[in-house]
Design a protein around this ligand. Structure first.
Ligand SMILES: *Cc1c(COP(=O)(O)O)cnc(C)c1O
Length: 374
């Protein structure tokens, strides 16, 4: 479809491709006339949020006529206590996606550059592209790398940093690869980063990771003032539909983001729900335990089918189907199982599979057994 208005759009926007979300359950129901669908396509928490969230949202209904607190005082206070930082270090976002876009809008423009890895989270190229800045894409580790196949190669990323670089995006762990960067490697990278470059360490899956060498970069804010750590309530906290994420940074960076963001970028519901979710760490832990146990089981199930699984520390796995993934994706859809094709990442033979409940994962493994090698 030709779109004459695309010619009117600014150059950065002309080059944008829309983000490809996971297929919604209702869409598959409509298109295939199926029910009882299992969606393992968007790294959502299969247990849903803490029950405390529903109560908090209901209690907030009488307040809905009023604008939310533009400064998110209560949620920031709780997050500040949790992370042992001042509230001035926190920026709330409409999902952490909002934070990533605010960073790009604040620090990038035509003539400037952002660095990220091949196979990195798809929102980084989108956020950079919209500003008209240049992309410097570092080669990732090869598929045969012993520990981190397709993972970020921080030395290759550092080599692309130059005088015009303003942002470097590091997803730790990364989506869709599930790969991660250890503390010593990240520390070395941050130590060598020039002062005019801001390092964005995206910890969307932080709560799932149990590796002893995995760093909590939020502990390093004082050592590395040009570090921004992003977190979200969308994954382990089970609140993807509510939209709440946040950045931890030097107050100076937070001050810049605060000038760019919309005054009411996070809703009243999101602030109340996130606060309630944060207060129920037992629910969080239950979800993480389930995920990590099931991730091992689903990985083993895929391996038993002769598929190669990229080792993951998140709530999803990337699986090499050994054949073009499109027809396999379709065959799984016909069996009521939605996973995520990753051809847009340059991985046409892989599927990304989110970890569900035990029953959902059983459905997935049974469907996979039917479609693999057909
Ligand atoms: C899911 C995800 C996010 C955040 O999503 P929001 O819902 O906008 O908070 C950020 N980074 C990565 C790597 C993700 O996979």
């Amino acid at each position: 479809m030709s779109n004459k208005f695309l010619d009117l759009a600014v150059p950065g926007v002309q080059g944008l491709q829309p983000y490809q979300p996971g297929k919604p359950i209702a869409e598959l129901e409509r298109e295939y006339g199926l029910s009882d669908i299992v969606k393992l396509a968007s790294n959502e928490n299969p247990l849903g949020p803490s029950p405390a969230v529903a109560a908090a949202l209901a209690a907030g209904v009488p307040e809905l006529a009023r604008y939310p607190d533009a400064n998110g005082f209560d949620l920031k206070a709780a997050l500040a206590a949790r992370h042992d930082v001042a509230p001035e270090c926190i920026t709330l976002g409409n999902g952490s996606n909002d934070i990533l876009v605010l960073l790009a809008e604040s620090f990038l423009a035509p003539g400037l550059e952002a660095v990220y890895s091949r196979y990195a989270f798809a929102v980084y190229p989108l956020a950079v592209q919209a500003t008209g800045a240049d992309h410097r894409v570092a080669e990732a580790f090869p598929a045969f790398h012993p520990d981190q196949p397709l993972g970020h190669d921080l030395a290759a990323m550092a080599a692309l940093v130059g005088p015009r670089t303003r942002l470097v995006f590091i997803a730790n762990p990364n989506n869709p690869t599930g790969s991660w960067v250890d503390a010593a490697t990240l520390e070395y990278f941050l130590t060598g980063l020039p002062g005019h470059v801001i390092a964005v360490v995206d910890e969307a899956y932080f709560e799932y990771v149990r590796e002893p060498e995995y760093p909590d970069a939020s502990r390093w804010l004082e050592r590395f003032p040009n570090l921004v750590v992003t977190r979200t309530f969308s994954k382990a906290y089970g609140l993807a539909g509510l939209r709440m994420g946040y950045a931890l940074s030097d107050p100076g960076i937070a001050d810049v983001l605060n000038r760019v963001r919309q005054p009411f970028n996070t809703s009243l519901a999101a602030q109340l729900g996130a606060l309630a979710a944060l207060g129920d760490q037992a629910h969080l832990a239950q979800g993480v335990t389930l995920n990590n146990r099931e991730r091992a089981r689903v990985s083993a199930g895929c391996t038993a089918l002769g598929l190669e699984v990229v080792p993951s520390v998140g709530n999803f796995i990337l699986v090499d189907m050994g054949a073009p993934a499109g027809p396999l994706f379709e065959a799984l859809l016909r069996r009521g199982v939605i996973v995520r094709p990753v051809g847009n990442y340059g991985l046409p033979q892989h599927l990304r599979i989110s970890i569900g409940t035990t029953a959902e994962n059983d459905r997935l493994l049974a469907a996979l057994a039917e479609v693999v090698g057909q």
